[in-house]
Design a protein around this ligand. Structure first.
Ligand code: ADE
Length: 299
C-alpha cells in the first residue's frame, strides 16, 4: 500500500518509523511519503492560512497550497506506481520492496482521507475498507480546517473520506493520521506476525462485531496475591472460548451500552443467552433489543 501525507508538520509523523508501521515500511509492505504543505506556498512567509469569510474565530487553510500539493502528489504517486516502485502488501506476503507489481494500475488515483472532527466515525469497519485500497492520501488540517472548495474539487477527481477518530477536538489532524494509519496497517496481509491476531479484536467483523474484547493474562499464574482465572489454565478450549465471550458481554455492557442496543437475539446460543440473563439482560421482542432488568424496573 502507498500512503502520502500532506502536512505542515512532517516531523509530527515521525512515529511512522517506529514499531509495527515502521517495520511494515522497512519490509516494503507500506510505502509512506511525507510532504510539507509549505513547499507549495508561493509567498516569502510560506503562508498556509487566512481569516475566515463570514467572520468568526481562528484561521482557515488556504485552498491554493492544498490544490497544488494534491496535484503534485497525485502526479508523483501515479508515476511511481506506474513504474512499479513502492510497496504492495496486497501481493503475496513477503514480496518485498520493488516487487514490481505496485498493486495500483497506472493512472489510478488515491483515496483522499481528511481527518476532521466533523467527519464520519473512523471505525474498525472503515479501517478494514481503507486497508483494501492500494493508495491513500491523508490531508490533516490545522486551525479551523481546510477551505471547503479543496475537498469539493478533490472529490471530482478521487474518492474522499472525511473521518473523525472520536468526539473531541484535537489541535490538528496529524495525530488522527497516526491513529488511522496504525489501525489500517495492522490489517494489511503479512503485517501482523500471526495472521490470526486481529480475529479476536474488539469490533472485528464476525463473532466480535459490536463486542469489546475481555481481559487478558500472562505468567505468572499468581501475582501479588491475584490469581489468573482458573478456566484459562484448564486447557479446555471450548470452556475458555465461552468464558472469553461472557467476559466480552460483561465488558461491553459496562463500557459501551450503546453497542448492546445493536445485539440481536439470533446471534446468541442458549448458553450465551443464559449468560446475558445473568448480566441482567432480557430480550425485548417488541423493541427488538436487549434491555437491562434494572432499566425495565425504573420505567
Ligand atoms: N482533527 C481535530 N480533531 C479531530 C478528530 N477528533 N478526528 C479527526 N481529526 C481531527
Amino acid at each position: 500500500m502507498r500512503i502520502d501525507v500532506i502536512t505542515i508538520f512532517p516531523e509530527y509523523l515521525e512515529p511512522l518509523n517506529v514499531s509495527l508501521v515502521g517495520k511494515a515500511r522497512a519490509r516494503g509492505q507500506l510505502d509512506v511519503h511525507l510532504h510539507d504543505l509549505r513547499s507549495w506556498t508561493t509567498d516569502v512567509h510560506r503562508t498556509v492560512d487566512d481569516t475566515p469569510y463570514g467572520g468568526g474565530p481562528g484561521m482557515v487553510m488556504k485552498p491554493e497550497p492544498w490544490g497544488a500539493a494534491l496535484d503534485a502528489v497525485l502526479a508523483q504517486g501515479a508515476d511511481a506506481l506506474a513504474s512499479g516502485e513502492g510497496a504492495d502488501a496486497g501481493a503475496a506476503a513477503g514480496a518485498g520492496e520493488g516487487s514490481g507489481d505496485g498493486g495500483v494500475p497506472a493512472g489510478e488515483v488515491p483515496t483522499l482521507v481528511v481527518p476532521t472532527p466533523s467527519g464520519r466515525p473512523f471505525t474498525q469497519e472503515l479501517a478494514q475498507e481503507l486497508a483494501g485500497r492500494p493508495w491513500l492520501a491523508f490531508a490533516p488540517a490545522r486551525y479551523e480546517g481546510i477551505d471547503r472548495r479543496v475537498i469539493e474539487e478533490a472529490a471530482t477527481r478521487m474518492p474522499v473520506v472525511e473521518a473523525s477518530i472520536g468526539d473531541y477536538v484535537l489541535a490538528g489532524g496529524e495525530v488522527a493520521v497516526l491513529v488511522m494509519v496504525e489501525a489500517i496497517a495492522r490489517l494489511l496481509p503479512g503485517v501482523l506476525g500471526n495472521a490470526e491476531s486481529h480475529r479476536d479484536d474488539s469490533f472485528a467483523p464476525g463473532a466480535m462485531a459490536d463486542l469489546l474484547e475481555g481481559p487478558v493474562y500472562t505468567k505468572p499464574a499468581e501475582w501479588r496475591g491475584r490469581e489468573v482465572p482458573e478456566v484459562l489454565l484448564s486447557g479446555h478450549h471450548g470452556k475458555i472460548a465461552r468464558w472469553r465471550r461472557e467476559q466480552a458481554f460483561a465488558r461491553t455492557l459496562a463500557h459501551r451500552p450503546d453497542l448492546v442496543d445493536r445485539w440481536q437475539l439470533g446471534a446468541f446460543d442458549k448458553k450465551e443467552r443464559e449468560a446475558l440473563s445473568v448480566l441482567g439482560l432480557r430480550w425485548d421482542g417488541e423493541a427488538g433489543r436487549f434491555r437491562s432488568v434494572a432499566d425495565a424496573v425504573e420505567e
